[in-house]
Design a protein around this ligand. Structure first.
Ligand SMILES: [Zn+2]
Length: 293
């Protein structure tokens, strides 16, 4: 009698557990919540992210951030989708060719399980309204030129709030990215010299759309995009979750924190090279110097 009752009890307990597991498997955010914790996931969900550049890196980062739970993403890019983008941009399909890149991305809202808002700005970042910079909490910079990087850096530093940002790029032999939270860390141009800035501004002034169309493009493939976009998205989540705790620790630069660091994965040596970028009190960016006062 005892055995039969026990067996019955055990069967019903196992059945209940199976039902519980099935219930959890129906929650698309269950595994992320297990990874981050409910409180940290909430932080991620409430962060408004601006992605500058809707190219290969922008595609990858937006895909990752939406899967990770970010609910509001602003994306700016002036360019249109071409066939040559389709080898490495996860959110573009052949039907998107000819559309503004930001529109093609915003149209993919329904691809994701969670409610999301993708706000597209089909313009150059230099023309992005001040009101956008004022409302965002974190910036991802995935552009292909230093003039746009310089502009983003200045805009972020001009805000009264402290806004973390992650810059990333791809080259023929490496991908690289860096994490900035000035005034706690260097800004994106702390390591630039005045003559580099002059060169960047000269190139920018001479660029027109014709030039941009005919300038030779370097080779690139989807794995590079996934690697750099994956790292940048992961850093974004790390900064959202741990940023406050790290910046309150004066020794964060020497600790296990990515803040203020530059990372390069080299495809020739197969090594990740890391360097801490010293904040520069004589930085060429006046907003950087002002922020440190
Ligand atoms: Zn600086």
């Amino acid at each position: 009698m005892y055995n039969r009752d026990f067996r019955r009890w055990r069967c019903s307990a196992i059945k209940k557990r199976v039902l519980d597991v099935n219930f959890l498997e129906k929650d698309p955010e269950h595994r992320t919540r297990l990874f981050l914790g409910a409180e940290n996931l909430k932080k991620v969900q409430e962060t408004k992210v601006l992605v500058v550049g809707a190219g290969a890196i922008g595609n990858e980062v937006i895909k990752n951030l939406l899967l990770l739970g970010v609910r509001e993403i602003h994306v700016v890019d002036f360019d249109k989708v071409t066939e040559s983008n389709l080898n490495r941009c996860v959110l573009f399909t052949p039907d998107d060719v000819g559309l503004p890149k930001v529109t093609a991305i915003a149209n993919k809202k329904g691809w994701f399980a969670f409610d999301n808002t993708i706000i597209p700005y089909n313009s150059r970042v230099e023309d992005l309204s001040e009101s956008v910079w004022e409302q965002i909490d974190l910036v991802i910079i995935g552009v292909d030129n230093d003039a746009a990087r310089f502009w983003c850096n200045a805009q972020i530093l001009a805000q009264e709030r402290i806004i973390p940002y992650i810059n990333g790029a791809m080259a023929r032999d490496f991908i690289d990215f860096s994490v900035h939270v000035p005034p706690y860390t260097s800004c994106l141009v702390c390591s630039w010299r005045e003559d580099h800035l002059k060169h960047v501004q000269k190139v920018f002034a001479s660029c027109d759309e014709f030039f941009e169309q005919v300038v030779p493009k370097f080779p690139t493939i989807s794995t590079y995009t996934s690697i750099v976009g994956g790292f940048m998205s992961h850093m974004a989540i790390e900064v959202i979750v741990h940023g406050d705790e790290w910046t309150q620790n004066v020794d964060f630069a020497t600790k296990n924190s990515p803040l203020g660091k530059y990372f390069r994965f080299n495809f020739n040596t197969w090594q990740m090279e890391t360097a801490y970028i010293m904040p520069n009190p004589q930085c060429i960016e006046p907003f950087c110097r002002k922020k440190r006062e």
